[in-house]
Design a protein around this ligand. Structure first.
Ligand SMILES: [Zn+2]
Length: 373
């Protein structure tokens, strides 16, 4: 780990400006509230509320939930308005736009196409619509995107296999990985082994939600029974020292989503989150949003939360940022070039902010901008 570098102040302005990635972001959990209301009006869909504050409340944006299953209920609401190609294209574009506006340079969006068939769309139309929205964002903004297709733990293994076939069909056409999401407790990943076998036979990247609502056995299964290349959350990995070392030795990235972990009660509080422990051990930790709307967060918020809670310095932030870019499901050559580019951008930004901070401290040695969150 780098040496501590405490003379540089980590401000919201700096974190907002630094290049970032988001590897764990659900499409149906990251809509703009205004868009939900507009889509519902256009399509004559009933919602639990008719205005922005009411809808924010209904999707429990930022609120604590009883557990992961309770947290997942909000998706029933957002999915109601995501049953047409135009709605899917729009929300994919807007999500990427929101990310680009906080200087996210690499975004992996994930969703479960099976949840969008209620209006009669075919699975291939559901995937193509989201790819079209992401493609429009790439042509408009300086960011790269990828799409991860999710199977659902609490659906049948046959459904997962069908969704895995869909991911195979869209390999090299924007789909970069396969995931298993949904209720973790009582729904082991190995039940969906056939889907993962198909995915692995086709050399497709795998990431699996694990260690969020169940213990390290779930992470073990994700890695060893399903061939996961990354782990979604991994919050409870700390309970098995042996597996922890395996994950560290094999540089298996952890897609950590701090605020979401508190809301789903994967951890009792931010202070109890193992993020600092993982970071100090040299695990490949990355910071991500999970759900921009349902969790009421941004990548900037997640970095600031970590920076404030664990007094991260400018070099530690850089290390986490690099982890994110290194862990993307991009071809190696492209990933290397992108990582080099963001490192240069980060270093230049630090220089610029350092000069500003030095100038300000000469002018007013005591009244400085405090770290904000
Ligand atoms: Zn997730």
């Amino acid at each position: 780990m780098p040496q501590r570098n405490e003379d540089f102040k980590i401000t919201r302005e700096f974190v907002h400006a630094m290049p970032k990635s988001d590897l764990h972001c659900h499409l149906d959990g990251s809509l703009r509230v205004e868009t939900i209301l507009e889509l519902a009006k256009e399509e004559g869909i009933d919602l639990p509320a008719a205005d922005v504050p009411g809808m924010r409340e209904a999707v429990h944006a930022g609120k604590l939930c009883d557990d992961l299953v309770d947290y997942l209920k909000a998706f029933d609401i957002t999915c109601r308005v995501l049953q047409t190609q135009s709605a899917l294209e729009r929300v994919a574009f807007e999500l990427a736009e929101d990310a680009a506006r906080e200087n996210v340079k690499y975004l992996e969006v994930r969703y479960a196409p099976i949840l969008h068939t209620l209006g009669g769309l075919r699975l291939d139309q559901i995937v193509q619509a989201v790819l079209d929205g992401l493609d429009r964002a790439e042509r408009t903004y300086d960011l790269r995107t990828g799409l991860i297709i999710c199977g659902i733990r609490n659906m049948t293994p046959e459904t997962s296999l069908r969704i895995a076939e869909l991911a195979v069909a869209f390999k090299n056409r924007g789909v970069v990985g396969f995931d298993l999401a949904g209720a973790e407790y009582d729904h082991p990943a190995k039940a969906h082994r056939d889907a993962f076998q198909l995915i692995r036979n086709n050399n497709i990247n795998v990431t699996i939600h694990a260690g969020e609502a169940y213990g390290p056995e779930s992470i073990h299964q994700a890695i060893h029974a399903c061939g996961s290349h990354r782990i979604g959350h991994g919050t409870r990995l700390k309970e098995s020292g042996d597996l922890l070392n395996f994950v560290a030795d094999h540089r298996i990235p952890l897609e950590i989503c701090l605020k979401s972990n508190i809301q789903t009660r994967a951890v009792p509080s931010l202070a109890a989150h193992p993020f600092r422990f993982y970071l100090d051990l040299g695990l490949r930790v990355t910071l991500n949003t999970d759900n921009r709307l349902i969790t009421d967060t941004t990548v900037t918020d997640e970095y600031l939360l970590a920076a404030k809670q664990w007094s991260l310095d400018v070099d530690e932030l850089k290390w986490i940022m690099v982890n994110g870019f290194k862990s993307g499901f991009l071809p190696f050559r492209e990933k290397t070039l992108l990582t080099r580019r963001v490192v240069t951008e980060y270093d230049e930004l630090v220089q610029k902010f350092r000069a500003k901070q030095n100038a300000a401290s000469k002018k007013a040695p005591k009244a400085q901008d405090q770290p904000s969150a």
